[in-house]
Design a protein around this ligand. Structure first.
Ligand SMILES: [Ca+2]
Ligand SMILES: [Ca+2]
Ligand SMILES: [Ca+2]
Length: 300
């Protein structure tokens, strides 16, 4: 191993910006659509009745649509149009279940037969808090209704197949994110970099970083190599609302997207806090390039 070796090892990072999707149908599969209440029985998050909404839509910032229980009737998770464009205020005219983007649910659903169903009763670290695993889409925890008691989301039969992120102006940024970040859909477009940190707004969305803070963007904090250059300890910035991969390539110039090799870690959730540290093993070579990739969860 010569001394040139270490100077040739570079660390780079890029983003994957996934294509926008428009979702109106229920995000739940027909085989994994059921919550359970001891008092009201099964509650279906997907029902496919032609004259009704097809079920509950799990979104990056809020839920919408109707669940159905034979005993409790329709349960409204929200109309999909929070007044501020991104989060239900949970007033009488603007209610629904919110999602913090990192899997935690809050807010209220409404049933004419049983009244309010509370998804926001627990503290953020409560193990029984209603939540969604962003790697698998599996729901867990409990919602609470004064009239029907606990509703168990963790039946093992309630899984969202995707996360709705409508992008009506097709600029690579979801509507809710543009509205919460900029107040409207017109301020940012596919080529704007509002905070001038060198990362386009659409790439800040892809990475879950703050487009109004020039100090916030996906970056590698430190890289430490083993003495034989077969292992790398990489620390990079992360946010709880995104999943990550680490990839490597032999040569940056000759490595168009698609020739990068995924580390043996696969896709993983970040550490708690603002950075994640991972140990990667890799085949030794004259030089290696590494990158951290942010991934929007539950998107195609
Ligand atoms: Ca958009
Ligand atoms: Ca920026
Ligand atoms: Ca930024």
């Amino acid at each position: 191993m010569n001394t040139k070796y270490s100077s040739n090892i570079l660390t780079v990072l890029v983003f994957i910006s996934l294509s926008p999707q428009l979702v109106a149908d229920a995000t739940f599969l027909n085989t994994d659509k059921s919550a359970w209440s001891a008092n009201t029985g099964w509650i279906s998050f997907r029902h496919d009745q032609p004259a009704s909404p097809e079920g509950v839509v799990f979104g990056e910032s809020f839920l919408s649509g109707y669940a159905y229980s034979a005993n409790a009737g329709w349960i409204n998770f929200g109309d999909g149009t929070p007044s501020n464009g991104h989060t239900y205020a949970n007033t009488l005219s603007d209610y629904g279940v919110n999602h913090d983007g990192a899997g935690k649910l809050s807010g209220f659903a409404w049933s004419a037969n049983t009244g309010w169903i509370n998804f926001g009763w627990a503290g953020s670290s409560d193990p029984n808090r209603p939540r969604v695993n962003l790697l698998s889409g599996v729901f867990s925890g409990f919602a609470w209704s004064a009239n029907t008691g606990w509703i168990n989301l963790g039946t093992g039969q309630l899984t969202t197949a995707s996360m709705a992120c409508p992008d009506t102006d097709f600029d690579g940024m979801a509507d809710h994110w543009e509205r919460s970040s900029f107040g409207d859909l017109s301020t940012a477009n596919a080529i704007t970099d509002t905070d001038a940190d060198g990362v386009l707004d659409k790439n800040e969305y892809a990475a879950g970083t703050n487009p109004n803070n020039a100090a916030s963007y996906l970056k590698i904090i430190s890289q430490i190599y083993s003495t034989d250059y077969t292992q790398l300890t990489l620390e990079f910035t992360t946010t709880p609302s995104r999943l990550y991969r680490i990839e490597y390539a032999d040569d940056l110039g000759l490595a168009p997207v698609g020739t990068w090799t995924d580390s043996s870690l696969g896709t993983f959730t970040p550490d708690a806090g603002n950075t994640t540290t991972k140990l990667i093993s890799f085949p030794t070579d004259a030089k290696k390039f590494f990158r951290a990739v942010a991934i929007r969860p539950l998107t195609p």
